[in-house]
Design a protein around this ligand. Structure first.
Ligand code: GAL
Length: 355
């Protein structure tokens, strides 16, 4: 891999002097002394900020990123340093972490926002230092992504995951309506476990899962919905309440992610019962795949965390090397990388277990 020098290709060089941050000005001063090829350090430094490490899908994705960085290092002989910071669900903490990454001279930032509305502040900090920024998993509004041409978003289309989850239920209904429609009233009674309020995946999965079922010609009745913040224990508590309230009246449990679906399973498993509602999740985490194998989770939708980590790294390396990022990843509208979702049931489980 031939690295072009950061000084010649990074957008900081193109910024008007008034908009350059102190670190950029210092870097430019050093470059003036040492020529265009001179950099402070030859290694690539990536700062990755997670909204919390206490999230099954996000921590697996961070591990994937670490593994991919090590592979890239040994494959290319380049030294890559990856800093990972746990935001512990506090936007203030994450702001400090971003400041520290910039002060340490990180070349690219990868940010999984705690609060999606904080994107603009981080974008402005990164732009002021001329450091490209890759948001991931928690999608900022389009205006924030478009603030600067070196801002990207890597993720998966939330609406698609909702539709695929809804179609899992629709297929189950069509295949064996009698066992799903326990009440025999021709209506599908459901409860919905929702992720964090305001998260694009909570809003769109909730909406589009049900829309897919209704569009498939099935009448539905919502018994209850509540947030469990992506969290297994909170979901177990909500489900236990609903089981008391509705008993066997619940025919399907839709869950915005797998951890909450596993919480519902915990609640169901805690008291012996003859029949379980159909349960569906999203993510295809390792414990969820086990639950599919055990017949407790009917199905899930694979959220390609490894693919997203790979896309972040490819983007980062392209930017670092001064290459066109559009050649390294499939870039939509100059800023977005979208990874596809896939349905998982007992039928194709093996494909995912092998990964
Ligand atoms: C979603 C994922 C959830 C949770 C959330 C965090 O994409 O399905 O399990 O990790 O991201 O932002």
């Amino acid at each position: 891999m031939r690295r072009k020098t950061r000084s010649c290709c990074f957008p900081s060089c193109r910024l008007p002097a008034g908009r350059r941050g102190p670190a950029v000005l210092l870097a430019l001063a050093l470059l003036a002394l040492s020529g265009c090829g001179g950099g402070k350090d030859d290694s690539l430094r990536i700062g990755a900020a997670l909204y919390t490490q206490d999230d099954t899908f996000i921590s697996a994705m961070a591990q994937d990123l670490e593994g991919l960085v090590r592979e890239a290092e040994s494959g290319t002989g380049e030294k890559i340093t990856l800093f990972i910071a746990d935001g512990k669900s506090s936007q203030n903490t994450q702001m400090d972490q971003v400041d520290r990454f910039l002060a340490r001279g990180c070349d690219v930032l990868c940010v999984n926002l705690v609060d999606r509305t904080a994107a603009a502040v981080i974008a402005d900090k990164a732009e002021a230092e001329g450091v490209p920024l890759v948001f991931f998993n928690r999608q900022p509004v389009a205006e924030d992504i478009q603030r600067w041409d070196q801002i990207y978003y890597v993720g998966a289309d939330a609406r698609e995951s909702g539709e695929l989850q809804g179609r899992l239920v629709l297929d189950a209904w069509r295949a064996d309506r009698e066992s799903l429609d326990r009440s025999g009233d021709g209506i599908l009674q459901y409860v919905m476990l929702e992720g964090e309020p305001g998260h694009q995946d909570s809003l769109l999965r909730t909406e589009y899962s049900i829309k897919a079922v209704v569009d498939g010609g099935v009448e539905v009745e919502k018994l209850a919905n509540e947030t469990a913040n992506w969290n297994r224990a909170q979901a177990a508590a909500r489900t236990a309440q609903w089981l008391e309230e509705f008993g066997d009246g619940i025919e399907v449990i839709f869950s915005n992610n797998d951890d909450m679906a596993l919480g519902a399973i915990d609640a169901l498993a805690s008291t012996p019962r003859e029949r379980w509602p159909l349960i569906v999740g999203v993510d295809a985490t390792a414990p969820a795949l086990e639950a599919v194998a055990a017949g407790q989770l009917y199905g899930t939708v694979h959220n390609d965390g490894r693919g997203q980590a790979q896309a972040m790294l490819d983007l980062t390396l392209a930017l670092w090397n001064g290459e066109d990022p559009g050649q390294a990843v499939d870039l939509a509208e100059g800023h977005y990388v979208w990874l596809p979702y896939r349905q998982v049931t007992l039928e194709n489980l093996d494909e995912f277990l092998e990964k």
